[in-house]
Design a protein around this ligand. Sequence first.
Ligand SMILES: O=C(O)CCC(=O)C(=O)O
Length: 270
Amino acid sequence: MRLTKLQQKSFKKNGYLVIKNIFTKSDCRKISTLVKKNQNKLIISELDKDHPFSKIRNNSKVSVLNKINEKKLYKISNIDKILDIGSKLREKEMKKWFVKFYLKNAFDGDNEFYHQDFAYHKDKKAKNSDYLQCFVAFEDHKLGSGCLRVFKGSHKIGLIKHYLVMTRNGLSKLTPSSKELISLSKRCELVNLELKAGSCVFFDYKLLHGSSSNASENSQLRMVYQMISLNSKRDERKNRQVWLKRNKQEIDILKKIINYKSKFGGKKIN
Ligand SMILES: O=C(O)CCC(=O)C(=O)O
């Protein structure tokens, strides 16, 4: 696909670029059916359910396709066409690094804390410009159902301080303080990306973004297609260290909660 000079300029200036109709409506329907039909077989972990601590036999929140379903996906459409645009935007050869689907289920889908993706990767040796994300809507995304929201131009403000917060899933996320976000919202316009099914947005790993929970009757399936430059210096050993550290921090937070609860309930638990 050809990118115009204006599109390249707009990506550099704003930190994101929307491309409409990269997938046909018919492919979107087929891909949604494939992901939703297989979601319970494709769960990454129990914690990736909408309510992992409940007896509700609920939906998964995140799905990664296994080999068989990935083949089925590529029969529907070649999602790697995203790479061509990604390489043009980054002006270097990019490769697919990780693909996952967030189901953002009706009445259940969680919010995504505002964050810069690079906050998760800063200690892994690769540069911010080695990464790129493409976010694809396979259903119509509306503000009322928790569409993606981005702080326009925020990729230029550097890496903001992020704090670890615990989600209702028992998984931690990184996010700046709300005080910081309020201050940034005065400098960078907060844009609602109400994408139509089949449209996508490419964005810089330092672009601040997030979304509200989905309290509506409409699901908002999205695919997150992450790219990395062919020659990046990303260090897998560092990556493992970062994950282990975060896991330990999560366990410490959960222990604190259990201690607090047991004191509150007058019960001693070891
Ligand atoms: O699903 C969303 O609303 C946000 C996804 C996201 O933040 C990410 O993948 O970095």
